[in-house]
Design a protein around this ligand. Sequence first.
Ligand code: ZN
Length: 65
Amino acid sequence: MGAPYLGNSHKKEIHDMSRTKPACQIEEIKEEHKIPIDSYAEVLRMCREEGYNGCAHCLPELHTD
Ligand SMILES: [Zn+2]
């Protein structure tokens, strides 16, 4: 898992892998729900177009709900 961001397709949440906290519970995300994301531009696009939301713990500037 080398991508800088990780989407959870189940919770529609995106984590910043450089800032993850225990509260992110990354290890709880099922493999089939993990979406590696290569760029911040793609993170923004997914938030805008696909209903994703930033994680409150590691990507709070994109956390909206
Ligand atoms: Zn997180």
